[in-house]
Design a protein around this ligand. Structure first.
Ligand code: SAH
Length: 365
């Protein structure tokens, strides 16, 4: 067991079991032993590979999408370009390079990064300095300067801690992290008591309210506040938020909690703090919350289809023509991003927009 798992077990002995969200928050963000505080390792050499790390084409197309959105917003003089969870800064650096096609966009964009991890902040500063970009770091979206904005988040929502509930005898029980009865040094999953309907109803996705016995459903307690904060901005000035992540287009039951270390699935309890820990995003919940907050919602659409309609194949061909020695590697990157066996359908893109803006590029109307 990891040092953090041992420490959590000691706490549970005194204070009782944790919700899955409390466990996930500790595993990711504990200031002493949490994964993002101590050892985030994104990329081919690290624990997990994200789309911008897989290929420059991803960030280039997102960059052109940003320029197009700025044009559709009537070219505001000052645009807040805000990224949530920028990782190594690769996506923002590729956006900055691609956006050189429009000096007006470049002059108007002011970069703000919402990042919790001190080591990743340092990497972001290094990566962005190489493309001449000088971002500002903020602790929360609400701290970004007001006005027209584009908000980007790739593989950020999957880090939001989730609570999990299991349907049993027509009521709901919460899945908890407690101590293994056979080995009280170890953590194990268990179930809490039956919850009163009034206590749990706001957390069960409405389409799953009548799920059959045994169904497991998830709720991210941080999601409503995040969507509200995004909507508050989009309702007060023109803007869009592009959210890309892995997850189902509709609310579905199922346990998607997953710990990854060096690209291998590992036990989330044993590896607390030493592996990345994520859960699939419930895009059905994202849509419902966004609609209720008064913004327009496009998608979700599968990442492969979205990148396809933005012209990723042409981009791959153009790059391969310039650098024929890279043709095989570019073909592999393209497959990685769009193939249904790889990231193409597992990942979804959704766009929240200020009412009245034209439909965003890449989303079917
Ligand atoms: N977008 C990047 C990185 C994804 S990993 C990419 O696609 O490569 C998740 C990122 O979100 C990391 O940068 C992590 O430190 C950050 N993060 C996760 N939860 C956060 C939170 N609550 N507040 C701020 N940053 C967070």
């Amino acid at each position: 067991m990891s040092p953090l798992a041992r420490r959590l077990a000691q706490g549970i002995r005194v204070d009782g079991p944790l919700t899955v969200a409390q466990f996930m928050a500790a595993a990711l963000f504990d200031p002493k032993d949490g994964y993002y505080a101590t050892r985030p390792a994104i990329g081919a050499e690290g624990d997990f590979l994200t789309a911008p790390e897989a290929s420059q084409m991803f960030g280039e197309l997102v960059g052109l999408w940003c320029v197009q959105s700025w044009i559709e917003m009537d070219r505001p003089d000052a645009l807040q370009l805000i990224e949530l969870g920028p990782g190594r800064g690769t996506l923002m650096a590729d956006i900055a390079r691609a956006a050189r096609v429009d000096p007006g966009f470049q002059a108007s964009a002011q970069l703000s990064l919402v990042e919790i991890s001190p080591p990743l902040k340092r990497l972001q500063a290094e990566t962005l300095a190489k493309v001449g970009a000088a971002p500002r770091w903020i602790a929360r979206l609400e701290e970004a300067a007001p006005g027209p904005c584009l908000i980007l988040a790739n593989e950020f929502l999957d880090c939001l801690p989730i609570r999990q509930f299991v349907r049993a005898d027509a009521s709901w029980r919460e899945r908890l992290v407690g101590l293994d009865p056979d080995d009280p040094e170890r953590l194990c999953f268990g179930l809490g008591g039956a919850l009163p309907q009034s206590g749990v109803i706001s957390m069960i996705p409405p389409p799953l309210a009548d799920a059959p016995d045994g169904a497991l459903v998830a709720f991210a307690p941080g999601l409503p506040a995040l969507i509200d904060a995004i909507a508050a901005r989009l309702n007060s000035a023109p803007g869009r938020a592009l959210l890309i992540d892995y997850g189902a287009p509709r609310s579905e039951p199922g346990d998607t909690l997953q710990a990854l270390r060096r690209h291998q699935k590992v036990d989330p309890l044993e590896s607390a703090g030493e592996a990345d820990l994520t859960a699939h995003v419930d895009f059905g919940a994202v849509r419902r919350l966004a609609r209720a907050s008064g913004v327009e919602v496009a998608g979700p659409v599968a990442q492969g289809a979205w990148l396809g309609s933005l012209g990723i194949e042409l981009r791959a061909q153009a790059l391969a023509q310039k650098r024929p020695e890279r043709a095989d590697s570019l073909a592999a990157q393209l497959r990685r991003l769009v193939d249904p066996q790889e990231m193409g359908t597992l990942f979804q893109a959704v766009c929240l927009s200020t009412r009245g803006l034209p439909p965003p590029a890449g989303f079917p109307q």
